[in-house]
Design a protein around this ligand. Sequence first.
Ligand SMILES: *[C@@H]1O[C@H](CO)[C@@H](O)[C@H](O)[C@H]1NC(C)=O
Ligand SMILES: [Cu+2]
Length: 731
Amino acid sequence: MEVTSFLRLFFFLLLGVILFGHSWFPSNKGDSVSLDCSLNKPWCTSKNRIQAKSGLVLETLEDPKPIDHHTKSPLHPLDPLTLQEFNKVRTILSSYKPFISSFPAIHSVSLDEPDKSIVLNWKKGDPLPPRKAFVIAYLEAQSHLLTLDLESSEITNHEIKHGSGYPALTFEDMASATKAPLKNPEFIEIITGRGVKLSDLTCAPLSTGWYGESEEGRRLVKLTCFSNEGTVNFYMRPIEGLIVTVDVDAGEVLKISHTGRGIPIAAATDTDYRHSAQSKPDEMVKPLNPISIEQPKGPSFSIEDGHIVKWANWEFHLKPDPRAGVIISRAMVHDSETGQTRSVMYKGFTSELFVPYMDPSDAWYFKTYMDAGEYGMGVTAMSLIPLNDCPRHAHYMDGVFAAVDGKPYVQSNMVCLFERYAGDIGWRHSETPYSGMEVREARPKVTLVARMAASVGNYDYIVDWEFQTDGLIRIKVGLSGMLLVKGTPLENLNQVCSEAERDAMTGTLVSENLIGVVHDHFVTFYLDMDIDGEDNSFVKVHMEKEEILPGESPRKSYWKVKREVGQTEKDAQVKLKLYDPSEFHVVNHGKKSRLGNPAGYKVVPGGTAASLLDHHDPPQLRASFTNNQIWVTPYNKSEQWAGGLLVWQSKGEDTLSVWSERNRPIDNKDIVLWYTLGFHHIPCQEDFPIMPTVSASFDLKPVNFFEKNPILRAPPNVEKDLPFCRATSST
Ligand SMILES: *[C@@H]1O[C@H](CO)[C@@H](O)[C@H](O)[C@H]1NC(C)=O
Ligand SMILES: [Cu+2]
């Protein structure tokens, strides 16, 4: 029984959406409004099915049959490993001498992508280059990195990784860590002393960061525990000031720190966010009428061979990844001027996250997470919820990942792809009367979005890759889920009597007995830009104020553009400055436009929060990849994870900032651009009990890439093409 209750965290954390997702949202069946097609369009019915028109079935909008992963085979050099390939990896590892007596814990199995030149030269119809797998395993306190050739069934590389850092926690690591204190009498006494029944206990296995020698040489997590009595939202009921340090391999409690005696556990009242738990509907606000976008002819994108997405002028390869979440590869845009398909980005993905909390006390100082490398953005991305996470007509893609025993499992509906029409304008102009011309021109903006949502413990990260017909790519991160809150005796700010007491608060009182501790989120993206080929340059387009001598012009000042081509990595370590602005272009000097401008894309910053931590602070040492917002490195296949390959308890020896310090040449080279989206988060009451989504984005925008506005010839919307459904009766 006790074990079950401790495992509850594991289930909530990792299977929550799968298990409970369906009950979270009201069913659409039994609506009081029935839909009728006033325009008598055959495709518009309440059953969301395109009906037969004179006996002809146009299309059905029901979910396509799930993919049979058992028979799926790779069709593109970058396709993720298939179920069969995962099984082969397991077979090869099982008969590998060093692992015969004891099979290692498998922390990650993923495609070892072929060299870039091989992928770039491959054409559809060619045989696939040899399929290889990259495995991160852990055995007897050592991290093993292995490369397997799946054709010859050989292990072509086996390296034992020395230095700091461990592979990501597995679900089994988390489950075993949360069980560890069960037999510990001191722990049990504390829990009962705090008034919590063991059957109501949920403990979360938190990664520890790295804080000196006493925490080295073994895999550690720190458990923080909650009461789940009366709520699924146990995060709002912390047993404050209780931290249990567990040696994960030994399954042993090393230390119990209890500083929270006397801090009450916040009530369960109003913490449950599920629709089914809301006692009464909101009577003060009129509910919205049903809304959805209609696509009478179905969406305009197609997916070829399982992973190649084609939409409008775009084509790219999309795949789920256990660590990054999703990977976009070989993004190419069709140039309607020249008829060419042109390369924009070879590979882009979420490389690392850094989430430091700003509370130095014993129970909080170590809360400085790296969610991609410690937990995995893909393995924590649960099934998306149709009509809520993604709109009607979305296409869903499954992830296939390896469990700790190497056996593959399917993470169904992990990524969705959909066309978005959000009522925005692609371009417009109208003439005012003075010109004497009657001109009204506008174009709707329709985009394509690839989305996934990771639930890393309490937090949810929604990652969108949005493609526009004008060539722009918008990368957006939305934050939702639950705050990490700190228990407090305070129920009201009027109980704070002194300046010192106020200073001791490390966040906002968000509910009775709960402080939302201030923190940051930094999300670092890897962007291997290949603008019309691999050899690219990074150009800082600096805006400089010019002063004008008296008498030369009625003006005193203006600004002027000065271009500086980055020669080496240090030239591209960029801290954003509002009053000393630049644009940041990646250009191909070998590919000039008709007018002689080099073809390029610029990164348009957004979400510009920067880390305020001291550079020598242990968490910032590990996360020194957030010291700058932009970096450029020469392409190197083994430099992909900004926080290092092995992140958990790492000291920051293998990070982007260390690589960049080598100051390698970057001009006219195959270069990788790195951008960090930052959020400072000062919680507020609206973030309780679950946060409305906060998002920020940055853009990759063409500059002199096209000869002119690439969507000039896009047609406007007209009424007759857009049938709609209308509510006609209430029952
Ligand atoms: C590629 O990256 C690895 C890891 O940072 C490094 O050891 C190696 O020297 C790099 N190669 C080059 C050519 O920079
Ligand atoms: Cu936050």
